[in-house]
Design a protein around this ligand. Structure first.
Ligand code: UD1
Ligand code: CA
Length: 454
């Protein structure tokens, strides 16, 4: 027995008013469809079959998965027709889980609950939900013993059926043998002239099966997205959900409504995050890390006790313990700070290893650099790493002092304990423990006269 997940993603999504197919619209920086594929894969499914149609080529390019395949639905003749496109890939003893490319947040637990209902004896399980306003959804029709009889679509429902608050989320699990058989018997004789997937429920009942149902833990799991307003609404709900999870894990958020997580955050105890931060990719925060307002961290590891002051931007970098960064610092990819390092305001670093206790406090660019311990880089220091064609490396030893407004023209090496005089342009390696400077001697011209207007 194999688990096959079929994801319906052929629809156009006209109401998005976008050139991008609906299922590629982003939620927390990941496409709606990719959310669904990732969930499908974490169920240990044997294959994930995505039914594509509108924007098929782009959809195929933009999503990824280990066991992912695509089938084409040229014309969107209904949800039943869409699932039919996948039936050549479905075997009799498979269990098929049907998901939707525009319903991104269904939890693993809910889907496992649903799958656990399905067996040879009970070949059909449905995920339903009770809504205060069921308008637009297919209604779950039950008999007096509360046994499911059918799903009736809004447009086909009687006035009495329209009062039913239990609705079809669309998500269902079906044994392959029955699914293939029931789908082959669908007709489009209904108000919309579509092949309704939901008609298989009545077929199952007619064949003498008892349809099983379960419900999700929260409504957010079954919300679909049709336009930019719903997309934004779901984004906010998802962000709030993630913020709540962070707080439950012990993180202090100054405002749970003003943090965006676009990836995964692992945080140890007593982390504090001020307002308007964006955490993207994989962000790992040690104990007592503090992040000031308006910071952006993408794929960053910060060790215990470090403080990132407001308006700092860090990407693909590693920060040691008890470092102090910012405000207004930019740490670009390949930056690694040793413990107790300091990066101050208006400092940019890239591919830079900054040793333990070293300080770059003001207005500097440090790129392609290997820096030792306890170095002090004066304000306005620039590593000139680019000759217009190639990048070159600057190597700075331990306990070096670089005077303000100096340029280190790479490739160049500064020995341990060296001092560079302020305002120097260093083009050659400098020896250990000596003062090196390269600037014109200060002179005063005593008979100099200010120019006068002619
Ligand atoms: C469907 C269900 C309804 C349920 C609702 C939940 C049917 C007949 N009705 O209605 O009971 O309450 O979902 O949201 O199944 N799609 C395709 N190809 C098609 C048709 C649809 O890929 O030929 C995709 C759409 O892109 C969409 C999804 O399937 O993502 C649902 O289709 P849609 O027509 O919106 O179904 P609903 O009318 O919402
Ligand atoms: Ca429809």
């Amino acid at each position: 027995m194999a688990l096959k997940v079929v994801i319906l993603a052929a629809g156009k999504g006209t109401r998005m008013r976008s050139k991008l197919p609906k299922v590629l619209q982003p939620l927390a920086h990941k496409s709606l469809l990719q959310h669904v594929i990732d969930t499908a894969e974490s169920l240990n499914s044997d294959s994930v079959i995505t039914v594509i149609g509108h924007g098929a080529e782009l959809v195929e390019q933009r999503v990824a998965g280990d066991n992912l395949s695509f089938v084409m639905q040229e014309q969107q003749l209904g949800t039943g027709h869409a699932v039919q496109m996948a039936t050549p890939l479905v075997n009799a003893d498979d269990t098929v889980l049907i998901l939707y490319g525009d319903v991104p947040l269904t939890s693993l637990e809910t889907l496992q609950d649903l799958l656990s209902l399905v067996s040879n004896e009970y070949p059909l399980g449905l995920l339903t939900i009770n809504l205060d306003n069921p308008t637009g959804y297919g209604r779950i029709v039950r008999d007096q013993h509360l046994v499911v009889q059918a799903i009736v679509e809004q447009k086909d429902a009687s006035d009495e059926q329209l009062l039913i608050s239990e609705v079809n989320t669309g998500i269902m699990a079906v044994k392959g043998q029955q699914l293939n058989y029931w789908l082959s018997n669908l007709s489009s004789d209904n108000a919309q002239g579509e092949y309704y997937l939901t008609d298989i429920i009545a077929m199952a009942v007619a064949d003498g099966f008892t349809v099983q149902t379960t419900q999700p833990h929260s409504e957010i799991e079954v919300l679909g997205v049709n336009d930019k307003v719903q997309l934004q609404d779901l984004e906010r709900r998802f962000q709030k959900q993630q913020a709540v999870q962070l707080m439950q894990a012990g993180v202090t958020l100054l405002d749970a409504n003003r943090i965006d997580i676009r990836g995964q955050v692992n945080a140890k105890a007593d982390v504090q995050i001020d307002v308007n931060c964006i955490l993207a990719g994989l962000v790992t925060l040690g104990e007592n890390v503090s992040i000031g307002a308006n910071c952006i961290l993408k794929n960053v590891t910060v060790a215990d006790g470090s403080v990132i002051h407001p308006f700092s931007h860090l990407e693909d970098c590693v920060v040691g313990q008890n470092c102090i960064i910012g405000p207004y610092a930019r740490l670009r990819p390949g930056t690694e700070l040793g413990n107790e390092a300091k990066i101050g305001n208006f400092v940019e670093t890239k591919k830079a290893i900054i040793g333990e206790g070293s300080k770059v406090n003001h207005l500097s660019y440090i790129g392609d650099t290997d820096m030792g311990k306890d170095v002090n880089i004066g304000a306005g220091t620039i590593t000139c790493n680019y000759d217009g064609v190639n990048k070159h490396k600057t190597i700075i030893g331990d306990r070096v002092f670089v005077g303000s407004d100096s340029q280190l023209v790479a490739p160049v090496q500064v020995g341990d304990d060296a001092t560079i005089g302020a305002g120097s342009t260093i083009t050659k390696d400098t020896p250990e423990a000596k003062l090196t400077l390269s600037r014109a001697k200060q002179i005063t011209i005593s008979n100099w006269q200010k120019p006068t207007k002619s």
